[in-house]
Design a protein around this ligand. Sequence first.
Ligand SMILES: [Zn+2]
Length: 447
Amino acid sequence: MKESLSKAVFSFKTKILNPSLYKLHQKTETNLLAKDLSDFNFKKRQALFQHAMEHSKFYKGKYGKLSMAETGLCTSEDFLQLPPLTREDLRENFETIKADNVASSQYYKASTSGSTSAPVSVLHDKRHLETPIRWRILQFWGVKPWENQAFIYRFKKPFWERVMNTIMWWPTKRIFLAAANPSTMELEHFVRSFNKIKPTLLQGYVDVVYEFALYLLDNNIKIHPPKMVWVTSAPLFEEQRELMEKAFGAPVCDQYGNTEIMLIAAECPEQNGLHMMHDTVHIEFVDENNQPVPPNTTGKILLTDLTNYAFPIIRYEIGDEGQYRDHMCKCGSPLPLMDNVRGRQSMNIETPSGLRIKGEHLMAMFKGFMKYFKELQLVQEPDYSVTIIYIPRDIRKAKDAVHKMKSSLEKRARNEIKVTISDKQCIIRKNVKSPLIVSKLQESHSH
Ligand SMILES: [Zn+2]
């Protein structure tokens, strides 16, 4: 299929059949031309605050005693006085956070997998889809929305959804590899279709894309290099990235997003930090008093979704930590930069004496070993014991590595916890993700 036809059909469909999406796309890109992006961002926070005070019972109560309840947000200092929205707040006040002036056709519900704590649900505002931001990220990498794309997920979508998807995207071709444990036949078939349609984008969950990369490397199979590989749903190990880039012959784009707010930040080809989508999300890095930390200093992340008017999310304490940079990117984008987010605060291994070993520290400790595994998971039981479950890629090296990891974890935990190794147990999946740490200890605390 000629590219010009794909492009023409795509433009027709977005402009004529989906004019609101087209307008939103145009508007989103005009945002970036705003003279002062932080002023633009503040105005959106003011408007969102006003909306929440008028239409959300929860926020009316939460902010009711503050002077801003009368005056509105006048300065950015006012904003810093707003108490954060916690995960408990979200969990317990779902009905009252929801705006009272939104029709049920204007939102859809999304829930977190609850891999580390009890799940939370939010509503996404259909009037402000994340599609334009998705196109923006693709644009960073020179990927056009009408070019052929390949996706790797764990589960197949229902048949009719697949058919509709094919029709909707015609003549752009999209192929899917969707299986929890794809067979050799399915993998071979996917590689053949891949090389036939030569997609410019390969997208999927980190762990399954990684497995596919290992399959290509281990069997010495080459694919037609896409323009970029976009991985989502879990933090990315630097080594995983190196192996994927080698297998696909293409750069791997790291991103930051979650169920509550899908696209928060993403890398551009400079790969020197993630561009924060400052016009649609307000991202704060704060200390324990919820006040800003300086650049290049780790702080708690607070998120404000500037476009969700169905379910306002203001200063949401997501449980991640991160830092922002004080310089702009060489690529010339006005969007500010933050560091890659490595794991959640809430993913810890704990010891009986109260020592907490953070997920990102474990990732640093295990650096250099990850390439020997297809999958790896640490499960902490309510009695504090930890099992390292692994699926080897190179049996001998994996065995060697996992023993070294066991002893470094024991040492790090001051020998307070028992660590065992297993290559027989199954990796625990939470929804579609397979988290590095599963804590039955923290789960038993929170119930
Ligand atoms: Zn850049």
